[in-house]
Design a protein around this ligand. Structure first.
Ligand code: 13P
Ligand code: SF4
Length: 341
């Protein structure tokens, strides 16, 4: 049986001539990476989401790995984890919709606890975040008393609550050096820990977590791509294995990688990271040719326009945490924000 709501939703999801006209400037921007047939499906959602954002004074924060129709169609801010956390702390919007994964939505809530934060799919997790629990960190503290804990932002609020200071891939080295100690525990990304260890004299005890997207890249593949594409610039995310970073021309956070392309305008580039980012960056850099990896993050890809519309319209999937967790976890993120990028 069809109820009124479904009829209404179906009606509004039609690709009318008005929607075509209003959304056309967005399509002109992303047509290079999105076939027209897909646009007829996305455009009505983009139109309605942008309308609802205004009606509800909502802000959409999107990670750089979101698909082009989200990144260019509805996001108010597209950024790396560090900038998303900072934006969340500054916004005057009544509602924050995080187009990213669960730890990013939790971090937004920590940074602005009075605001309602929504995540379009509560199952959008992260292999790094799920590799460690708050209890694991308490056990580490018992094993290494007095050794400061630096946690990657890709962790749950429970882990952040047990953490001295957070970091992201944009500031990990700076954060570790800022502590002025000889030894730290760095968790949960073992590869990021190794990347940091190469750039500091601080002794690092690491956890064995990995990112299921970046761990798949290997040095042989990078060398083959270089061989087949003379002059190519290869830029990697620090969650990649150390041999991949070594074989690359640059390593940095997702925004660091975007900035590299914008500043250097290489003739050809490969971004050794999640695949959607190349599409998003290609749109803004038409003179750069991209060799695209095909590694997608299954968690990031759980976020879709219909789910965003549904959670914005019905204000579902709210991030809820106890005041105690918020207070404890927020301290570690605020300490990081003070050190900056
Ligand atoms: P950035 O902080 O560099 O955006 O990375 C987040 C992430 O999850 C990468 O896999
Ligand atoms: Fe987590 Fe890796 Fe996905 Fe980033 S790409 S959210 S680190 S699983």
């Amino acid at each position: 049986m069809t109820n009124m709501f479904q009829v209404d939703r179906f009606f509004r999801m039609e690709f009318t001539s008005e929607i075509r006209k209003i959304t056309d400037p967005i399509y002109q921007k992303i047509s290079k990476v999105l076939p027209e047939i897909e646009w007829s499906v996305h455009a009505p959602y983009i139109y309605r989401i942008n309308q609802l954002k205004k009606e509800k004074n909502a802000i959409i924060l999107a990670h750089n790995y979101q698909t082009p129709e989200i990144y260019h169609g509805i996001a108010d801010v597209s950024a790396d984890s560090l900038a998303l956390a900072i934006e969340a702390s500054k916004t005057n919007a009544d509602l924050i919709v995080m187009c990213g994964v669960h730890f990013m939505a939790e971090t937004a809530k920590l940074m602005n606890p009075q605001k309602k934060v929504l995540l379009p799919d509560m199952n959008a997790g992260c292999s790094l975040s799920s590799s460690i629990t708050g209890r694991d960190v308490r056990l580490l503290k018992e094993k290494y008393p007095g050794v400061p804990i630096v946690s990657y932002i890709n962790t749950s609020a429970d882990v952040k609550a047990e953490t001295d200071i957070c970091c992201t891939s944009a500031n990990a080295v700076k954060i570790v050096n800022s502590l002025g100690v000889k030894k730290i525990i760095f968790l949960p990304d073992d590869y990021l820990a190794k990347y940091v260890a190469l750039q500091t004299n601080v002794e690092i005890i690491s956890w064995k977590g990995t990112c299921i997207v970046h761990e798949q890249f290997n040095e042989k593949e990078i060398n083959e791509i270089r061989l087949n594409n003379p002059g190519i610039k290869i830029i990697a995310h620090p969650e990649c294995p150390p041999d991949v970073i070594k074989a690359s021309d640059f390593a940095g956070s997702t925004t660091g990688m975007i900035k590299y392309v914008e500043d250097h305008q290489p003739k050809k580039v490969m971004m050794v990271t999640e695949c959607s980012m190349s599409d998003n960056v290609q749109i803004e850099n038409p003179n750069v040719k991209f060799v695209k990896p095909c590694n997608l993050c299954p968690h990031m890809k759980k976020i879709t326009l219909p789910k965003i519309l549904d959670c914005l319209e019905n204000e579902t999937n709210e991030i809820i945490m106890s005041n105690e967790t918020i207070e404890k976890a927020r301290r570690s993120v605020e300490r990081m924000a003070k050190v900056g990028r």
